[in-house]
Design a protein around this ligand. Structure first.
Ligand code: FAD
Length: 358
């Protein structure tokens, strides 16, 4: 169960750990949210230490599908239903800024990006209205979306789709490798194998309790998926949701573009380049709330048999799964935690779109 991206990645250099660490800012978690935060802090002249329980990219970022898109399934219409059009506009603008930052960063640091159109399609007749609502909401927010009666690239029936040209896909581990090197170039340190278990704040310094070291800093950013401290009650407002992915080689006509179904069972498609110049098709979906599936294996098998039905003769090279955190209000959270004297911050609730909205 190792992802295509983790399998293709080479070792990312990090720093040996002493028994004590002093920093201006500590970032907990070395996924996309953590390393981006660490880099911005280090560029601003702060002494930054990143503490990672496993290794860089070990959890969600290393197991993503890696689409960087402003069209995000049916996210925009869902936000509109909860918050109205102004919040959708702000969400799109914030995502546009995040997307542009990341793509510029990739361009400047030699990280390969494929520019593709993104599509949200109706996988059943009953989903047509939902896709239409997404089209209208995206238009209202200023996105140049288009309607497609059919998606001829796909080897199965769809019932209409909304599309957005000029989006992107990438290999998340390539991005993390570039960010990690850049953090260290700017004087930051990255320590792997350090699990943070608690944080004490006194208004001036934070004492970060970790299993293998004593760490002190002025401020701490938790970029751990679900924040590891309970004090902001995020455990009550975030739902962990797990999805499955497989990579297929030998697909006769690998569709260009990035696709996501509008309703269950969710299906996500994108292609990815391999080091030998060939392409694989990444198929994702069959998600469920964590702890709510009788058999995770059953979900993976369902995805496999769907893929074999529609891409016969292909061979599976990788299979993996990962979880991300869905926020009850449909919006990501980035800010200070309650009861932390303004010294502890968190970034979470990316709703499976953290490659773009983190
Ligand atoms: C299957 C799947 C497909 C996805 N596809 C897309 C996509 O196509 N496009 C998109 O925009 N988004 C996508 N997402 C979402 C996106 O990948 C995530 O939102 C993003 O990677 C989250 O990054 P992160 O840095 O918050 O979390 P992570 O990458 O999980 O990083 C958190 C890190 O914190 C570490 N950690 C946790 N606890 C501790 C502790 N106590 N001490 C120290 N370290 C700790 C973990 O080991 C981990 O490395 C997808 C998500 C999933 C699950």
């Amino acid at each position: 169960m190792r992802s295509l991206w983790l399998d293709d990645s080479t070792a990312i250099p990090t720093d040996p750990l002493g028994s004590e660490v002093e920093a201006d800012d500590v970032v907990v978690g070395a996924g996309l949210a953590g390393l981006t935060t660490a880099l911005l802090l280090a560029r601003a002249g702060r002494r930054v230490a990143v503490l990672e329980a496993r290794h860089v990219g070990a959890v969600t970022t290393g197991n993503t599908t890696g689409k960087v898109s402003l069209l995000q399934g049916t996210t925009l219409s869902s936000i509109r239903r909860h918050h109205g059009p102004e919040v959708v506009r702000s969400y799109v603008e914030a995502n546009r800024e995040g997307q542009q930052w990341l793509l510029r960063y990739c361009d400047d640091h030699g990280v390969a990006v494929q520019h593709e159109s993104a599509f949200t399609y109706a996988n059943r007749v009953s989903a047509v209205a939902t896709v239409g609502e997404e089209l209208e909401t995206a238009r209202e927010a200023g996105l140049g979306v288009t309607w497609h009666e059919t998606l001829d690239e796909l080897p199965f029936v769809t019932h209409g789709a909304v599309g957005l040209a000029g989006q992107a896909q990438l290999n998340a581990m390539d991005v993390l490798a570039a960010l990690a090197a850049d953090v260290r170039r700017h004087g930051g340190v990255i320590h792997e194998g350090v699990r943070v278990t608690g944080i004490r704040t006194d208004g001036e310094r934070c004492e970060i309790q970790a299993d293998v070291a004593l760490v002190r800093a002025e401020r701490v950013v938790l970029a751990t998926g679900m924040p590891i401290l309970d004090r902001s009650l995020h455990f009550a407002t975030l739902q962990p949701t797990r999805s499955y992915c497989i990579a297929l080689e030998g697909v006769a006509d690998v569709p260009s573009g990035m696709y996501l179904s509008a309703s269950t069972p969710s299906r996500s498609l994108r292609w990815a380049p391999r080091p030998d110049g060939t392409k694989v098709l990444v198929v994702g979906g069959s998600g469920h709330g964590v702890g709510r599936a009788r058999s995770p294996q059953h979900h993976l098998q369902e995805l496999r048999s769907w893929a074999q039905d529609h891409f016969p003769g292909s061979r599976e090279t990788h299979a993996w799964s990962a979880q991300d955190y869905m926020s009850a209000d449909q919006l990501p959270f980035a800010g200070p935690l309650a009861n932390s004297r303004g010294q502890v911050f968190a970034a979470t609730g990316f709703n499976k779109w953290g490659m773009t909205n983190a």
